[in-house]
Design a protein around this ligand. Structure first.
Ligand SMILES: N[C@@H](CCC(=O)N[C@@H](CS)C(=O)NCC(=O)O)C(=O)O
Length: 213
């Protein structure tokens, strides 16, 4: 991991049980960008969150300048640019075929992640309002995305034999499934993804931002 960059703190808002917040946090750890973590829930801490983030959408990254960024993909794009300016190889290549390939793997990771989160939101609804056909559709899409990632994983990493944002986003998505909706993780169906997740979860950048902090 690169040396810590000493600058005014960024501030990251949102709990690490959000896979979107966690992929930003792991990326910041990997780039050694120090940040303050504001651990507030969009559901349980609405009064505390309202003055900071009345959209109640996380992650939100506050830059040292005070500017606020939303949407994990755009936040990661900002962090990649910062890393690049500081001589760190970004987790998403900056241009060309490599960039496109990593982005498309991240897109698969985001489908798996978003569908898993949607399953959890459906589960939060009152029992009589839950629609099992809808949950079934979400489950099918989540599993399809996981299968496509499993197929693409030949060596230790999803792309080019080294860590990229594809691995970070896939493993934070799997972390959410295994931790928050564990009954949705079909153990044994995705052995290569499981090995990747276990290996990365044991690394410093992931251990620094535990889901159940
Ligand atoms: N596409 C967004 C998704 C973020 C997202 O859905 N975050 C959830 C937490 S896991 C949230 O803010 N939920 C509250 C809400 O949507 O009202 C991103 O990648 O930043």
């Amino acid at each position: 991991m690169p040396n810590t960059i000493d600058d005014t703190l960024h501030q990251l808002l949102g709990l690490y049980d959000s896979p979107f917040v966690r992929r930003v946090a792991v990326t910041m750890q990997y780039y050694a960008i120090p940040f303050e973590h504001l651990s507030l829930s969009v559901f349980r801490h609405m009064d505390a969150m309202r003055p900071i983030n009345p959209l109640f959408k996380v992650p939100m990254l506050t830059l040292p300048s005070g500017e606020k960024l939303y949407e994990s993909a755009y936040i990661i794009d900002y962090l990649d640019e910062l890393a690049d300016q500081r001589g760190i190889v970004p987790l998403t290549p900056r241009s060309g075929k490599e960039r496109r390939h990593v982005q498309q793997l991240v897109a698969l990771a985001m489908v798996a992640t978003e569908k898993a989160v949607a399953i959890e939101y459906e589960r939060k609804r009152p029992g009589e309002l839950q629609w099992s056909d809808w949950s079934g559709r979400l489950r099918g899409q989540m599993r399809q995305a996981l299968s496509m990632l499993e197929e693409r994983l030949e060596g230790d990493f999803l792309f080019a034999g080294h860590l990229t944002q594809a691995d970070v986003s896939t493993v934070t998505g799997i972390g959410f499934i295994r931790h928050v909706v564990p009954h949705e993780w079909p153990a044994g169906d995705y052995p290569a993804l499981e090995r990747l997740a276990d290996r990365l979860e044991a690394s410093e950048a992931f251990k620094a931002v535990p889901i159940d902090e």
